[in-house]
Design a protein. Structure first.
Length: 207
C-alpha cells in the first residue's frame, strides 16, 4: 500500500469518525416514545347456588279474643251437643298447611310452608332455591419490558456470480431509543482494507 493510499485511507477514517460523532450526538434527541402499559379488563359473573330448607317454630305474637257465633253456643240436646263437640274437636286438631311461593325476579324462588294446628301457627318452613350473581372485575396491567442496550458482532460477504470479493466483519450497537449504529472493516481479496460506519433509526408504521 503506497503512501498516497495510506493518506487517503486515513482521511476516510477521519471523515467517518466525524460522521459517527455527529450521529452519536443525535442520541440526545427524542427517540422512540416509550410504550404505554397495556390494560386488560375482564368482567366475569359467578353464580352462587343457594338451596336450603329452614324450619322454625313461630311463637304467638298477639291473641285477640273474639265473640263466639251461634254455631258455638252449646245445644241443650245431648245428641246435638255431642255433634258440636266432635265438629269442634276435628277443627281444632286438623293441621292446615299453607304453601306460598315467592319468585325472586329471575334469580329463583323462596317457598313458604306454614302449618296451623290448635288454632296456632305451629311451624314455618322456608325453602330457598335461587342463585345470586357475583360480578368479578379483574384488571391486568401489562408493562412492556424496559429498553436495554444491545451489542451484536457479525459480518457480511459480498461478491458476484463468479467470485467472492470482500468480507466485512463488524459490530452493531443498539441503544435504548432503538437507534442502531454500525462499524465494520472490509477485507478485499486483493489485500486492501475498507472501513464503514452506519446508522439506522426505527420507523413507526401505523397498523
Amino acid at each position: 500500500m503506497t503512501t498516497t493510499n495510506l493518506k487517503t485511507s486515513f482521511n476516510y477514517i477521519v471523515i467517518a469518525a466525524l460522521v459517527l460523532t455527529i450521529l452519536l450526538q443525535r442520541q440526545c434527541a427524542p427517540g422512540v416514545a416509550p410504550q404505554e402499559p397495556v390494560i386488560i379488563t375482564k368482567v366475569d359473573t359467578i353464580w352462587k347456588k343457594i338451596h336450603d330448607t329452614v324450619k322454625k317454630n313461630v311463637p304467638i305474637y298477639v291473641s285477640i279474643p273474639t265473640e263466639p257465633g251461634p254455631e258455638y253456643i252449646p245445644s241443650s240436646n245431648l245428641d246435638s251437643l255431642r255433634k258440636q263437640y266432635l265438629l269442634l274437636r276435628d277443627k281444632y286438631l286438623v293441621k292446615n298447611v299453607y304453601v306460598d311461593t315467592i319468585k325472586l325476579d329471575t334469580f329463583g324462588i323462596v317457598q313458604v310452608v306454614d302449618t296451623v294446628q290448635f288454632n296456632k301457627l305451629k311451624t314455618r318452613i322456608t325453602v330457598q332455591d335461587y342463585k345470586i350473581p357475583t360480578i368479578i372485575k379483574e384488571t391486568t396491567i401489562i408493562k412492556p419490558a424496559d429498553p436495554v442496550r444491545q451489542l451484536y458482532i457479525g459480518g457480511n460477504l459480498f461478491g458476484n456470480k463468479n467470485s467472492l470479493q470482500i468480507i466485512t466483519p463488524g459490530l452493531l450497537y443498539k441503544n435504548k431509543k432503538d437507534q442502531i449504529y454500525q462499524a465494520n472493516v472490509g477485507l478485499n481479496f486483493d489485500g486492501s482494507l475498507t472501513f464503514g460506519l452506519g446508522a439506522y433509526w426505527k420507523i413507526s408504521l401505523k397498523k
